[in-house]
Write a protein that binds this ligand. Sequence first.
Ligand code: PMP
Length: 410
Amino acid sequence: MTEKFNETAGFVPADRIATLGVSEILQIGARAGALKRAGRPMIILGAGEPDFDTPEHVKEAASAAMALGQTKYTALDGTPELKAAIAEKFRRENGVVYGPAEITVAAGAKQILFNAFMASLNPGDEVIIPTPCWTSYFDIVQIAGGVPVAVPCDGAQGFRLSAEDLAAAITPRTRWVLLNSPSNPTGAAYAEADYRPLLEVLLGRPQIWLMVDDMYEHIVYDGFRFVTPAALEPRLKDRILTVNGVSKAYAMTGWRIGYAGGPEALIKAMAVVQSQSTSCPSSISQAGALAALTGPQDYLAERAASFQKRRDMVVGALNAIPGISCRVPEGAFYTFASCAGVIGKTTPSGRVIDSDRAFCAWLLEEADVAMVPGAAFGLSPYFRISYATSEAELRSALDRITAACAGLAG
Ligand code: PMP
């Protein structure tokens, strides 16, 4: 009896989260933050958010909403005004037509993914996820009772999934394929020609649905033409969920508004999940998102151009370091560089760089630069740099990495 009491007195996590931990990105951020507070000149290249501020007209719209008393619960999965603006966005920018019943709004694209998997996965259902990928995909699928199936895609294939690898990963339990373009963490994007063969495979597999995460749609470079599968293949549209949000495009990460377009039955099921978690997204944030989507759009290209300048600087500097190599990403604000050429080397302090985790830990502790190892995203030996930070900071960070690597021996 007593033993049982003791056993249950402590907290025992549910099976569904027992194997999950706090994200490695957050852990690195916490360590870097602690070192910074202790007085170290830390440069943090870990965070996945734009350094720009939310546009003024968005903030003003949110203030006006508060003043007008838009401070109550809203419709469950988005106000009619915001849904209409999202439908118009999909039509205008993507060439996809969704009616209001085919649109849902949630507290971030993360909640959209969560709602969709909770609404559709039964225990053991598989979700094919090309890796490296955003760390949350695996954990959300697992919490929802599904099984994430990693398909490794290395730098040699542009970090993109091939039709052969997709076909080989499919089993009778496959429920979803999840694609992200441009990608966090690699910045790789799927052009129409990259998508076509994948969509061809899915056309012949009517039981499999496709989820696409278009969060970084507006951050593309060198004239890259962004496309989304629902526009490319109308025959698949009734089993595609197109996920997007205002976090990255409009520098609104803290506002927590994400949205999706998809078949009505799925959207309805997602609303059931949302109705028992958050009830609705924040009314004030929805007013801000409405202003973002219906207001001026010209600054999106200006911001992308500014990111492109930083990308060029980062890629150029990384490729000049012996042992490091980095492909030129098509979008997002990340580079995913290989550190294969420094594995096995020894630092002046006697550390052996035996993995990408060791490489990042060494630069964090001894060069005051925080980056995330590829292992956190499912592919080693690589490291991710988020260059959504000032050019001056990036320059110093790159100088530090270059100087540190020049001191490696062996
Ligand atoms: N998808 C990708 C690929 C991301 O990188 C992120 C944020 N890091 C999200 C979705 C979630 O964005 P949010 O919840 O802020 O809308």
